[in-house]
Design a protein around this ligand. Structure first.
Ligand code: NCD
Length: 317
């Protein structure tokens, strides 16, 4: 997806992390760091979006991503508007592209869009051309680039050297756009020991995420890991029969204090949220000393401030 970079290699849109260099990702993380007061504690912006207008269109549910994009854009000085989808003309059948182009006529500079249709974001970019920028805030099960960025940013706060890390991505990988984007970012940053842990039906297709070693046995996969990244069971994207039943899933794949002991003593536990407590992980873990779940959320504001600022750079010259 080269269309997301301009002729000087700067971000014009952010549709996917696939194909972005480790240097570009590191540059965004360095920029995000400057917007933090402490790890996980976003601070004020630097006016990078003064005079620009951001419009958010969330066609799928969101708490963290939507609020953090809005806070990020406001802290950077942007004017922010939100389309409330159920009461918009989308309810009358207006297409997503018509909706965007209509709003773009009102001089919007950056769109932040979440939608269930994989492939939609590239179509939007092709239609928008140079008129406005698009940031993908979640595209079906395909990608969620700012979540991938905030995940690697959070990992970097605990361990600078990606090459030596053992990282386990665990749970409903098949339906997870977060898993795909975080995996792409980790590979670009040089992580070698990447493990994918899930029941057979929730592992990705065999031609996808091929670098990761696959495990159906949680305890074997998590052994000596530095990072344990848990994922939500995405029931809204599942076919019936994808998991046997919640109780047996929980027995085999819920992160419990006993299981976490198999990872390194200083391992961090991540989850993009929302968490199904007692299914993906026990509350004791979610709220425990090794959990960085809240830190991820705070970092999300700073990463989005950095992405917005990088896109704004290209608009000023
Ligand atoms: C994720 C998403 O929407 O893909 N949530 C998020 O953005 N933090 C993960 C999920 O819904 O399970």
């Amino acid at each position: 997806m080269n269309e997301q970079l301009d002729s000087q290699g700067r971000l014009r849109h952010l549709v996917t992390l696939d194909g972005l260099s480790g240097d570009l990702l590191t540059g965004l993380m360095d920029r995000a760091k400057a917007y933090l007061l402490a790890p996980g504690k976003p601070g004020p912006g630097d006016g990078a979006l003064n005079g620009l207008t951001v419009c958010q269109l969330f066609f799928e549910a969101s708490t963290r991503t939507k609020i953090s994009f809005e806070l990020a854009a406001r802290r950077q000085g942007a004017d922010v508007v939100n389309l409330v989808i159920p009461t918009s003309s989308a309810a009358k059948g207006e297409t997503v592209l018509d909706t965007l182009l209509t709003i773009q006529s009102m001089a919007v500079d950056i769109f932040v869009v979440r939608h269930k249709a994989a492939g939609l974001m590239s179509n939007i970019v092709a239609q928008l051309g140079d008129r406005a920028s698009l940031i993908n805030a979640g595209e079906g099960q395909l990608s969620h680039p700012t979540q991938g960025l905030l995940d690697v940013f959070t990992i970097r706060q605990h361990n600078k050297n990606f090459k030596n890390l053992s990282i386990a991505i665990t749970g409903d990988i098949r339906h997870s756009r977060v898993a795909r984007s975080t995996y792409q970012a980790l590979l670009a940053l040089g992580v070698d020991d990447l493990r994918l842990i899930a029941p057979e039906n929730l592992l990705p297709e065999s031609n996808e995420l091929t670098h990761g070693r696959r495990y159906t046995n949680f305890d074997a996969g998590i052994a000596d890991c530095d990072v344990v990244m848990m994922l939500r069971l995405q029931k809204e994207r599942m076919q019936s029969g994808d998991i046997p039943d919640l109780d047996s899933y929980r027995k085999q794949y819920c992160l419990t204090p006993q299981r976490l002991k198999l990872a390194r003593g200083n391992a961090i536990v991540m989850h993009p949220g929302p968490i199904n407590r007692g299914i993906e992980m026990d509350s004791e873990i979610a709220d425990g000393r090794q959990s960085v779940v809240r830190q991820q959320v705070g970092n999300g504001v700073a990463i989005r401030m950095a992405v917005l600022a990088a896109i704004a750079d290209g608009k000023k010259s």
